[in-house]
Design a protein around this ligand. Structure first.
Ligand code: 3HC
Length: 330
């Protein structure tokens, strides 16, 4: 069902005088900050936008396990290994309940996964970058989860009830993830000169990809205007990116590291940091599948899906047997 809808999303906000009576009533509920629930009437484009965004978010959690999972066997201590394992398990769990939130909109998890595997749905651009050293695991927790939480805190107020509620738990987990990343960075940055150099190198490589996570600049964002009107998004890509920069620069200073943007400056008039924007051509190349790890990530996901087929089939067979036994006993 969703497959047919994927390419037909409307761009721009529908003017009120072009809305049907039902659409106007819906918009009034959104404007009054009422939560929209699965059985409520909603415009097709609202449903479609949510399936796209929640589906992409779920895929990001699942694919996001790969760069860190790569380091579980090589974590430097037993304690770090246990923490990383717990974090990666959190991400698997969130994937599952975000897929469940998407299912309340009438799409199945299998369909979303098939679209991901066919390259017809996206996942966050950030997970197409490699994790070359242990410091990268710290940088992911600090910067990537820091960027994710900046976005997700706002999504707790999103208009769709199941998505907003899922975000409450996700944000609690994400703040733990962010702190464990910063803790790794502190150990590295205050460690030996070699460790500090690794921390700096990780910051250099993850800074711009983290800024890209917030999506294209507002003027190039296809969905922001309508998503803001429907309160699917409650802040724009640029607003969240700015907040992230403002929060992160003092953290870089505390670590004694150097921001890879030589022109970053606190603007006394605005109270915000002015910064050099990312190279957007790199972002769009990554979205098209041409990032450093896109092919590896998809290959790993498809292999995991195919290798796990026997588990799914076994569980379905067991459920059928149980249902048949219950029916026979009645
Ligand atoms: N990576 C991949 N695709 C992206 C992207 C990114 N960082 N940013 C934007 N895009 C895509 C959009 O999906 C859209 O593609 P489409 O029209 O073909 O579907 C296109 O680029 C245009 O961007 P828009 O700004 O118009 O898109 P949105 O309005 O959807 O805004 C968003 C993008 C801010 C990422 C929004 O979708 C959002 O808030 N999503 C929910 C949060 C999310 O997905 N987070 C994933 C982060 S990682 C994570 O949570 C895992 C954690 O454990 C680290």
């Amino acid at each position: 069902m969703y497959a047919q809808m994927v390419k037909t999303a409307r761009v721009g906000v529908k003017p009120r005088d072009e809305m049907t009576e039902q659409e106007r009533a819906f918009q009034d509920r959104v404007d009054a900050n009422e939560k929209i629930e699965p059985k409520d009437w909603m415009p097709d484009d609202y449903r479609r936008t949510l399936i796209r965004q929640i589906g992409q978010h779920a895929h990001s959690e699942v694919v996001g396990q790969l760069p860190e999972g790569n380091w579980i066997t090589r974590a430097p201590t037993l304690e770090r290994k246990a923490i990383l394992l717990a974090k990666v398990q959190d991400e698997a769990g969130r994937g599952l309940y975000l897929y469940s939130a998407a299912e309340t909109l009438g799409v199945s998890r299998d369909e979303l996964i098939e679209l991901l595997h066919q390259g017809r749905m996206k996942y966050s651009s950030i997970f197409n970058y490699p994790t070359l050293t242990w410091a990268d695991v710290g940088a992911i927790g600090w910067l990537v989860d820091g960027a994710a939480i900046m976005n997700q805190v706002h999504l707790q107020r999103t208009s769709y009830g199941p998505y907003a509620r899922a975000m409450v738990r996700i944000c609690k987990e994400e703040s733990f993830h962010q702190r464990q990343g910063y803790d790794i960075m502190m150990k590295m940055a205050f460690g030996t000169p070699e460790q500090k150099a690794m921390a700096q190198d990780a910051l250099n490589r993850f800074w711009y990809p983290s800024l890209m996570m917030f999506g294209p600049p507002d003027q190039d964002s296809v969905h922001t205007a309508q998503s803001m009107a429907w309160k699917i998004k409650v802040a724009t890509n640029d607003e969240l990116r700015q907040k992230f920069v403002d929060q992160t620069v003092p953290q870089i200073e505390y670590l004694g590291l150097t921001c890879p943007d030589p022109d970053i400056r606190l603007n006394e008039e605005t109270g915000h940091y002015d910064f050099t924007p990312p190279d957007w051509s790199e972002f769009f190349a990554v979205l098209k599948g041409n990032g450093p790890c896109n092919k590896d990530r998809m290959k790993a996901r498809i292999t995991a899906w195919e290798d796990g087929a026997w588990v799914r089939e076994g569980m379905l067979a067991h459920a059928r047997k149980k249902a048949a036994a219950t029916a026979a006993a009645e």
